[in-house]
Design a protein around this ligand. Structure first.
Ligand code: R5P
Length: 284
């Protein structure tokens, strides 16, 4: 039975359908002091319970632990935890003296309540090693080609840094044609400023599809869009697996001249045009 977290209800419903596994009803409540409680009134005794929750913020992290505990308490025979978006995954090292490896701390906590974990496009796959139960990751980039127009002009599939060029290649392959390339990116971690160094690829008059694993503040993508517009790209589409779109990210992208923004439903946003659930269902 699929057991959804509050922030991940649409993804959980899609997973239920894709995996042909029933969708359980969960009640979510918050006390006056801010603490959460969940209730799983469904009968899960002797059943496999699949807790599905993107750990989009600290409250969602607590909710995952509560859901795991609730289904164990109710006698589930196996607990699988699906983190469509794993929060804190990008804090995968102590970047400055005195900092924790936050993704390790979170992974250890999540591991205590589950038999195994599945996550989607973590920023670095090595983050899976921080869990103390069997953990796998799936690549949902293949679904990102679906919302793109069929009539792209001489398309270039571009990642804003070298690390994401495989995702751009996957989207290109699924689209069925086009070139791939990548920009180089430097980020000043104190100011958050991004510097994009363009590749030599000719973009004038071409449609460009920017592909990344996540859009967080939107700085990476909006700087990339601006560079491409300066170089007379015809249209610039932006696509990613995890459309976090924090704060004014969408405004930054619009101001930079983006044609359209697409993402999956690992984070449920207005731009979540395609579902990563079928990819996860294949791993369940
Ligand atoms: C980093 O290398 C990631 O792949 C993304 O490019 C980055 O996390 C996006 O962050 P933001 O939207 O804040 O620039």
């Amino acid at each position: 039975m699929i057991i959804p977290g509050a922030e991940t209800q649409a993804f959980a419903a899609a997973l239920s359908e894709a995996a042909d596994e029933p969708l359980g009803r969960v009640e979510y409540e918050q006390f006056a002091d801010g603490e959460h409680v969940v209730r799983v009134p469904e009968a899960v005794a002797g059943e496999r319970a699949v807790v599905v929750a993107s750990t989009v913020d600290s409250d969602a992290h607590v909710q995952v632990l509560q859901l795991q505990d609730a289904v164990r308490e109710a006698g589930a025979s196996e607990v699988v935890t699906v983190l469509p978006y794993m929060g804190y995954a990008r804090q995968d090292q102590a970047f400055k003296p005195g900092e924790p490896v936050s993704s390790r701390a979170v992974a250890r906590a999540v591991s205590t309540g589950t038999d195994r974990v599945i996550t989607v496009n973590p920023h670095e796959p090595a983050v899976c090693d921080f869990f103390t139960v069997p953990t796998t990751h799936v690549d949902a980039a293949s679904v990102l080609a679906d919302p793109l127009p069929a009539d792209l002009t001489d398309p270039l599939f571009l990642s804003p840094d070298e690390g994401a060029v495989e995702l751009a290649t996957t989207v290109r392959d699924e689209y069925g044609g086009g070139e791939t390339d990548f920009f180089e990116k430097d980020r000043d971690y104190d100011s958050g400023d991004i510097e994009i160094r363009p590749s030599d690829a000719a973009v004038a008059g071409r449609d460009v599809v920017l592909v990344d694993d996540i859009i967080a503040t939107g700085s990476t993508m909006s700087e990339s869009v601006a560079v491409l517009r300066d170089r007379d790209a015809k249209r610039v589409f932006v696509t990613c697996v995890h459309p976090m779109l924090a704060s004014n990210a969408l405004t930054k992208l619009s101001s930079a001249g983006v044609e359209a923004v697409y993402g999956t439903d690992t984070l449920e946003r207005a731009v979540s045009e395609v579902s990563a659930a079928p990819v996860v269902a294949g791993e369940l």
